[in-house]
Design a protein around this ligand. Structure first.
Ligand SMILES: [Fe+2]
Length: 309
C-alpha cells in the first residue's frame, strides 16, 4: 500500500477498506513510497551515533539531564519489557544492543549536537514527524475497520525506538535476538536495515520483513486489535533473529491513552461469544513472561486477586 494514500484527505473510506483487506488477507500492511526516504536517512545517522566510542555516547544516556532536556540512549536490557523477550545470547553479551527511544510529543530529548552525530537529531525528528502523521491516519482507518466513530481510539503519544544490534556470530546461543511475542499496542510500525525481523503471516508461516528502511514500512496489528475484534484481526506475532553484520532498526509503538480494551459488540453475537477479557490499555508488562500477551498476564493476576501491574 502506498503511504501517500494515508496522507491524502480524500478517499478515507477506500483507504480503510484497503487496510482491512490487507489485515484480513495477510495479517499486516507494508507501506511503500518515497516519503520513507527520511526513515532510511534516520537509521543511517543512528548507525553513525551507535559507532561512536561508548564514553561519548554515555553523555546522552537516558539518565543524563541538562535543564529540561534529558538523554535518550539506553541499553535494551535496561527495559524490563524487552528483557523478558531477549534470548540468552543477548543477555550474556558483553556488547549489548542499544536504543535511542523517545516519545514523539515530548521534544525533551537531549540530542547529540551536529559535530558529535551529523544528521542524527534532525533525521530522527523528521522520521518521528512522518511516522506520527502516518500513525494518526492509520488510527482513523482502524476506527473505521472497528466500525467506530472518529476519536474512539484515544490517542496517546507514541514511543519510537531506534535500535542498534552489533554483529553476532552465527551459532551463538539460540540465535534469536528477541523471542516470538506480540505487542500490547494498537499497532507497531517497523523498519530495518538488514533482514532480521520475522513476522507470522495469517497462515502461521514466518515471513522475513523487508530490509529496506527507505522504501518499506511494516505495520503489524497489536494485542488491542485482537481484543477489540474478538480475534478477527489477530495480533501479529514476531521475532528478531541475530545477524552476523551489525544492524539498525526502528520501531514505532502506537498505544492508547487509558481506556478499556475488549471485544466490541459488533464482533460478539450468537455463535461468537467474547473470547477475550476487557483490560486497561495502560496495563504494565512487568511480571509478564516472554511471549505471553500482556492482557493474559493481567487476566491471570486479576483472577488471582492480585492487582495488575
Ligand atoms: Fe515487538
Amino acid at each position: 500500500m502506498e503511504i501517500e494514500a494515508l496522507h491524502s484527505d480524500t478517499n478515507r473510506a477506500t483507504v480503510a477498506r484497503d487496510v482491512e483487506a490487507a489485515l484480513l488477507e495477510d495479517g499486516h500492511l507494508v507501506l511503500t513510497g518515497p516519503r520513507l526516504a527520511c526513515v532510511g536517512a534516520a537509521l543511517a545517522a543512528w548507525s553513525g551515533f551507535a559507532a561512536l566510542p561508548l564514553e561519548l555516547r554515555q553523555r546522552y544516556h537516558q539518565s543524563v539531564r541538562a535543564g529540561e532536556a534529558r538523554g535518550g540512549w539506553s541499553l535494551m536490557r535496561e527495559h524490563p519489557v524487552y528483557t523478558s523477550h531477549m534470548g540468552a545470547g543477548e543477555l550474556e553479551s558483553a556488547e549489548p544492543k542499544q536504543e535511542y527511544g523517545f516519545s514523539v510529543e515530548t521534544g525533551r530529548t537531549l540530542w547529540p549536537d551536529e559535530q558529535v552525530a551529523p544528521g542524527f537529531a534532525a533525521g530522527a525528528r523528521a522520521a518521528a514527524e512522518l511516522l506520527d502523521a502516518t500513525s494518526r491516519a492509520l488510527l482513523a482507518a482502524f476506527e473505521r475497520v472497528l466500525g467506530e466513530a472518529p476519536g474512539f481510539l484515544r490517542h496517546a503519544p507514541a514511543y519510537m525506538a531506534l535500535k542498534h544490534c552489533p554483529a553476532r556470530p552465527s551459532g551463538a546461543a539460540d540465535g534469536t535476538g528477541l523471542h516470538e511475542h506480540s505487542d500490547a499496542v494498537v499497532f507497531t510500525m517497523l523498519a530495518q536495515s538488514m533482514a532480521s525481523l520475522q513476522i507470522r503471516g495469517r497462515d502461521g508461516d514466518w515471513l522475513t520483513a523487508p530490509a529496506d528502511p527507505a522504501g518499506a514500512l511494516v505495520v503489524i496489528p497489536g494485542d488491542w486489535m485482537e481484543l477489540f475484534t474478538n480475534g478477527r484481526i489477530p495480533a501479529v506475532r514476531h521475532r528478531v533473529l541475530d545477524t552476523v553484520q551489525p544492524r539498525t532498526s526502528l520501531a514505532f509503538f502506537q498505544n492508547l491513552a487509558p481506556m478499556p480494551v475488549g471485544p466490541l459488540a459488533r464482533f460478539v453475537g450468537e455463535g461468537q461469544p467474547a473470547r477475550y477479557p476487557t483490560v486497561a490499555s495502560d496495563i504494565d508488562y512487568v511480571g509478564g513472561e516472554s511471549g505471553v500477551p500482556r492482557w493474559q498476564t493481567a487476566q491471570a493476576a486479576a483472577s488471582a486477586g492480585v492487582p495488575a501491574g
